[in-house]
Structures are given as C-alpha cells and as structure tokens.
Ligand binder design. Sequence first.
Ligand SMILES: CC(C)(COP(=O)(O)OP(=O)(O)OC[C@H]1O[C@@H](n2cnc3c(N)ncnc32)[C@H](O)[C@@H]1OP(=O)(O)O)[C@@H](O)C(=O)NCCC(=O)NCCS
Length: 153
Amino acid sequence: MKPKNGGVKIRNAMASDAPAVSALLKELGFPSTSREVTARLKAMRTSTLVAVRENQVVGLLTTDVMKVLHRPTAIGRLSALVVSQKQRGKGVGRALVEAAEQRFKKKGCALVEVTSNLRLEDAHSFFKRLGYEATSLRFKKQLHGVQHRATDI
Ligand SMILES: CC(C)(COP(=O)(O)OP(=O)(O)OC[C@H]1O[C@@H](n2cnc3c(N)ncnc32)[C@H](O)[C@@H]1OP(=O)(O)O)[C@@H](O)C(=O)NCCC(=O)NCCS
C-alpha cells in the first residue's frame, strides 16, 4: 500500500533551508527572519529536522536530548513542530515525529516529551494518535529585564 505521506523525506535542516524555516516559524506564531534563523541554526545544539516533498520544505521539528539527574536514561524533547497549512493531514507531522523518535532511541532516550499550548487542541489529538499521553501541566513565568544579546540573535 502507498504510504499516506506520499514519499515525504525527513532530513537535518541546512543553512539553505533558512527562508523556508522562517516561513514555517511564522505559521507557528514565532516570526523570525531568515537571518535570525541562519544564525540560530549555526549557534544552537538543538537538532532541526525538516520534511521535504517535491523539493519543498513542508514541515519542521526541533528536538533536544536532555540528560537529567533523576532518570537513568536521557529524555528526548520535541519543541517547535509545524507542517505548512496546505500539507497538513497527509502524514508529514507523523513522519517528522517518528524520525525524531528513531534518533532519540539511538541516543539512548527511553522517553519522549512535548509541551503543547492548551489552545492547540488539534495538536493534542495528533499527539494522542501517535501514542502520547497527557500527564502534566506546564507552568511558565516571564523573567523581565532580560535583554537579547548579540550572541542570542
Ligand atoms: C499538529 C501538526 C504538526 C500535525 O501534522 P500533520 O501533518 O497535519 O499530521 P499527520 O497528517 O501526520 O497526522 C498523523 C496522525 O494524527 C491524526 N491527526 C492529525 N490531526 C488530528 C486532529 N486534529 N484530530 C484527530 N487526529 C488527528 C491523523 O489522522 C493521523 O492519523 P493516522 O496516521 O493514524 O492516519 C499540524 O497540524 C500543524 O502544523 N499544526 C499547527 C501547528 C501546531 O499546532 N504544532 C504543534 C505545536 S505543539
């Protein structure tokens, strides 16, 4: 049977993906210029995966491996995840998350976690479909007076 995702390919983001990544981050509600994206891709330890279909970047997922004192194995963290509006519902999000899970396994992560805004109910349904369970509440607090440093871009 033909896969639902129609042959989407998942690979690590490259510097030349910056304009497409910038557009996807805007769709996610985090506008960043191509220049900022290029600088962050270079500076960050975070791994950025992109989904490519017919030579177009159609989705993005950033991931981190977090070592913690209280667990014997590292935790895989999914952070920014977005599929371009027209490409949703075609298996791209699943392909990105499953690729990240494979990478996490190779890095010794026995657990994957993601936080998702309470208003993103579609994303919650998506994660549940992929086998994720909701177990926690996220508490956040803004720390005021912190300036953007040149190195942060
Ligand atoms: C959430 C998002 C990444 C999902 O990507 P997608 O490519 O549309 O999802 P897929 O087509 O890969 O769906 C995978 C599975 O989840 C299911 N699913 C997806 N959205 C769903 C929904 N709203 N309700 C129920 N099931 C859903 C699909 O039916 C599919 O099931 P199947 O593989 O068993 O057939 C995408 O919709 C998106 O970019 N949303 C906006 C940004 C966002 O909310 N990001 C998450 C931040 S935490």
